[in-house]
Design a protein around this ligand. Structure first.
Ligand code: KIV
Length: 297
């Protein structure tokens, strides 16, 4: 249920992506593409590029709001950005990321907050982090008719518990725990699962064992789909780039060069040029000056 977008023509034959479409893609062996967006123009571009899933991730906190991690992001931050994305995307499945402490304190709060993503912000589904400790919340949210995407492995909201942004599931016990959690999340009703920063063999094993699609980030090619943070893919966020990111563009450098050109042209008075300037006819201008002189006299 994304809000309608006047920028897509009504005759467009594309169909809205749903949780069922993703399931079908997995069954047919078709990879799922997912990217993050936090604003209207990015959502428009991702939707036009036929990305299957747009995640309004709480990575927003790091790549847009400048925080050191995702923990300070609030429900109000998320809803504000989700609304902008919903205005830009018409076909992609829209997933809103539940921020830290919006679903951990109580199940009732988790359901109420999840509902706000659909009711107020035009999202189609929510994502939340964690395994066995989140089953009650996931069951309650899905019982309310809200599709839930799970997230296992490096779950950034637990960065302090992990002692940093470190790969997870690298010994047999940790791998077993992630695998068991994946099965539990599927059983609790998740329609899909993000696997972040886990060994490729483990992600592929989990993807084969689950009926629901897995979406990998730093989890190798064996997942049913892939996700990246769009600011990483575009080379727009320079502060820190995880090993698993592929930069498809270098926009930070392009922005810097463009802004420097602008500053220099302003300083040299070569911008604005005549083609950027609004002119008035000589007659009208003289009439204006005449009026001014008369009002002085
Ligand atoms: O917040 C986010 O962008 C995410 C993705 C990295 C999966 O959770």
């Amino acid at each position: 249920m994304s809000t309608s977008n006047p920028n897509n023509s009504p005759g467009d034959s594309r169909k809205k992506i749903t949780t069922l479409s993703l399931r079908r893609k997995k069954e047919n062996g078709q990879p799922i593409s997912m990217l993050t967006a936090y604003d209207y123009p990015t959502a428009l571009a991702l939707d036009q590029a036929e990305i299957d899933v747009i995640l309004v991730g709480d990575s927003l906190g790091m790549v847009v709001l400048g925080y050191a991690n995702t923990l300070p992001v609030t429900m109000e931050d998320m809803l504000h950005h989700c609304k902008a994305v919903a205005r830009g995307a018409r076909f992609a499945l829209l997933v809103g990321d539940m921020p830290f402490m919006s679903y951990q304190a109580s199940v009732a709060e988790a359901v109420r907050n999840a509902g706000r993503f659909l009711q107020e912000a035009g999202m189609d589904a929510v994502k939340l982090e964690g395994g066995r400790e989140r089953l009650e919340a996931i069951r309650a949210i899905t019982s309310a008719g809200i599709p839930v995407m799970g997230h296992l492995g490096l779950t950034p909201q637990s960065v302090h518990q992990f002692g940093g942004f470190k790969p997870q599931g690298r010994d047999a016990a940790a791998a077993r725990r992630i695998y068991e959690d994946a099965l539990l999340l599927q059983e609790a009703g998740c329609f899909s699962l993000v696997l972040e920063s886990v060994p490729a063999q483990l992600a592929e094993y989990i993807s084969r064992k689950l009926e629901i699609p897995t979406i990998g980030i730093g989890a190798g090619p064996g997942c049913d789909g892939q996700v990246l943070v769009t600011h990483d893919l575009l080379g727009l966020f320079e502060r820190f780039t995880p090993k698993f990111v592929k930069k498809y563009a270098a926009l930070y450098g392009e922005i810097l060069a463009a802004v420097e050109d602008y500053r220099q042209e302003v300083e040299k008075r070569t911008f604005p040029a005549p083609e950027h300037t609004i002119e008035m006819s000589v007659a009208v201008w003289e009439e204006f000056l005449h009026e001014q002189n008369q009002s002085k006299g």
